[in-house]
Design a protein around this ligand. Structure first.
Ligand code: SAH
Length: 254
């Protein structure tokens, strides 16, 4: 019997953001693998086994899930947001490439989800309306100087930048450093969007100018969108401002 492994995106938190395809894949699984807080969001189905692991154990989790599938089970590995964005789909592919032939014989499905930057952008307007890129600020899997070079290149080239993994207990100084770096390329008033726990009960979205972004509160559940020179803030009476980046390129001098 050949097993099946689905890597399922749960979206940012709100159950309305879980796609019907993801719900079906979760309901059909015999075994679920994932980080505890993500598995807690998955509706319970009788007869399913849950394997909870720490968020740092992605390779081991992927290998365990693949082994179970290679033994003939129908397995789902869950990720918050989209599984292909700084998440489990790449970890599963790494294990498939490095692992035994039985992993490459498996039926694999990657089920997309709404990634955090899209959920945050939708709350505030259209900051990703023109060219943009996404960076993880975590230096667990890449050296800090690579992150700084990429920030320089992205801001210098006029991209709006979505920053995933801005801070954690083990990484307290990286966000401040990144904001200082971005100030070399962008005006002090450049809008920076902080979206925290979007789609959850404690959601909070705010906009601050780049020169004050260093001290704005952020944590592991925060996604930051740094505007480009073209990004605009539209103030509205009695309503929160709209932040957007016009569709047409604006000629800017550095
Ligand atoms: N695969 C996930 C990202 C995993 S990296 C996705 O596609 O969204 C984890 C980072 O995602 C967090 O540090 C934070 O920057 C962001 N994030 C995840 N869920 C979020 C949410 N509900 N609101 C804001 N940011 C979120």
């Amino acid at each position: 019997m050949s097993g099946h492994l689905a890597v399922v995106g749960l979206g940012p938190g709100d159950e309305r953001y879980l796609t019907p395809e993801a719900s079906e894949a979760l309901a059909a699984a015999q075994a679920l693998y994932g980080y505890g807080p993500y598995l807690e969001r998955v509706p319970v189905h009788a007869g399913q086994v849950r394997h909870v692991s720490d968020n740092r154990e992605e390779r081991a989790r992927a290998a365990a899930a693949l082994s179970r599938a290679a033994n003939g089970a129908r397995v789902a590995v869950v990720s918050g947001g989209d599984p292909g964005v700084f998440a489990m789909a790449a970890a599963v592919c790494e294990e498939i490439e490095a692992g035994p032939d039985s992993f490459r014989a498996l039926d694999i499905a990657i089920i997309p989800g709404i990634t955090a930057m899209l959920a945050v952008a939708a709350r505030i307007g259209a900051p990703l309306g023109h060219d943009f890129c996404a960076l993880s600020l975590s230096d667990n899997l890449k050296p800090w100087d690579v992150i700084e070079r990429r920030l320089d290149a992205a801001a210098g080239a006029g991209f709006v930048i979505a920053l995933y993994n801005p801070v954690s207990r083990a990484r307290p100084w990286q966000l401040g450093k990144a904001m200082q770096r971005l100030q070399r390329h962008l005006p002090p008033a450049t809008p920076v969007v902080f979206g925290r726990a979007v789609g959850r009960a404690d959601e909070n979205v705010s906009v601050v100018p780049l020169d004050r972004a260093e001290s704005a509160p952020a944590d592991m559940a925060t996604l930051i969108i740094v505007g480009s020179r073209a990004t605009r803030v539209v103030e509205r009476p009695g309503r929160s401002p709209l932040v957007y980046t016009p569709r047409a390129a604006v000629e800017v001098s550095a």
